[in-house]
Write a protein of this length. Structure first.
Length: 358
């Protein structure tokens, strides 16, 4: 049903989002236990790298050349801001000062979307997935990026990390890590040591971000602003000194990139769920194809503008025409509606022609 598809964009607070980096080849990707999961960092998935560091395949990276980064996932929370960082210590260290950021994206990572995307076929280990853009500029699809690798970083074995602060839903941080071997760089660590420390939030002992596009403080010299940051998105974290003005010379060629309005590539045959609530699953090697959910979408609940009481659990609550919430144990947390969407009668819809049926 079209209403179910539209409702999917709002079901962001029911469970953990689902995203991993699949390129470069991450630790514990397909063959090792425990497998890399699509969960945010937290209990059972510690910083850094979800606590996994088994090398299955090492990616060769040339300093001064862009590195393709791609993602798998079934709940994208409208995108958000992300960073790409390196450490030369192994196993990956829990001391965040050992991680240095080489590139920052403000907004638009890993998607530019109204909420969660439609489901596509899961990966070989049962991880959820969605349509892929095949570029760094598509909308309503999972993007990929050519991340510039600075010419002056040290040669040697390292860990390449992607961290993501989601725009909508629960305040979370996601992290996937990949073993890499870097050549063509420097034999001196001075440049690397001067790079900014990775920004970490939304885990115990760290600050908590607000909703929206996070304006990451101290993002470094290299990056892009793909979406304007949301005022107040810093939450309890340090506030950035204005919108960053990155060094444009560091931006790599991104290959064929269609206009932002271009349609995503046709995905594999999509799954056919009857509800679009985000379901947290655990991939295990080998993993059978996940069964399609069969529960019905919740009926609209009632709530107040301040995020007061509501029922039933899991219901979408429209708040004041500009916000929505998910009823959770009788309460809601107001979240801003994505641009171009409205909330009425417990249903999130877009201000455009209805989505086609799949």
């Amino acid at each position: 049903m079209i209403s179910n598809v539209l409702t999917a964009t709002a079901l962001l607070g029911l469970a953990n989002g689902h995203m991993i980096m699949n390129t470069p080849y991450p630790y514990n990707f397909h063959k090792s236990s425990p497998l890399l999961q699509v969960n945010p960092l937290g209990e059972g998935f510690p910083f850094p790298c979800q606590g996994v560091s088994t090398i299955e395949e090492t990616t060769s990276i040339t300093a001064g050349q862009p590195q393709l980064v791609k993602f798998t996932g079934g709940a994208q929370h409208g995108g958000g801001s992300c960073q790409f960082s390196l450490t030369y210590e192994y196993p990956p260290p829990a001391d965040k000062s050992k991680w240095k950021t080489i590139y920052t994206l403000i907004g638009g990572c890993p998607v530019s979307a109204a909420g969660n995307l439609p489901a596509a076929s899961p990966d070989q280990d049962g991880r959820a997935n969605s349509p892929q853009c095949g570029s760094d500029s598509g909308v309503e699809c999972i993007r990929q990026f050519n991340i510039p690798i600075p010419k002056d970083i040290p040669n040697g074995n390292a860990t390449f990390a992607w961290t993501w602060l989601n725009k909508m839903g629960n305040r979370e941080i996601y992290m996937s890590c990949a073993p890499v071997s870097i050549t063509g760089g420097s034999d001196d660590a001075a440049f690397f040591d001067a790079l900014p420390q990775m920004f970490v939030a939304n885990i115990p002992g760290e600050c908590t971000t607000g909703n929206g596009v996070m304006n990451i403080p101290n993002p470094g010299q290299f990056g892009k602003v793909l979406e304007q940051p949301t005022p107040g998105s810093e939450g309890s974290c340090p506030k950035a000194d204005g919108i960053p003005t990155f060094d444009g010379a560091a931006n790599p060629p991104s290959g064929p990139s269609p206009n932002p309005g271009d349609k995503p590539q046709a995905p594999p045959a999509p799954a056919q769920p009857t509800t679009f609530a985000t379901i947290t699953t655990t991939a295990t090697p080998p993993a059978p194809a996940p069964a399609a959910p069969t529960t019905d979408s919740p009926s609209p609940g009632s709530g107040s503008v301040g995020g007061g009481t509501c029922s039933p659990g899991g219901a979408i609550v429209c708040i004041g025409g500009t916000h929505f919430g998910i009823c959770d144990h009788g309460h809601t947390v107001p979240q801003p509606l994505a641009p171009g969407t409205t909330c009425s009668g417990g249903v999130i819809s877009r201000r455009r022609a209805p989505l086609p049926l799949f």
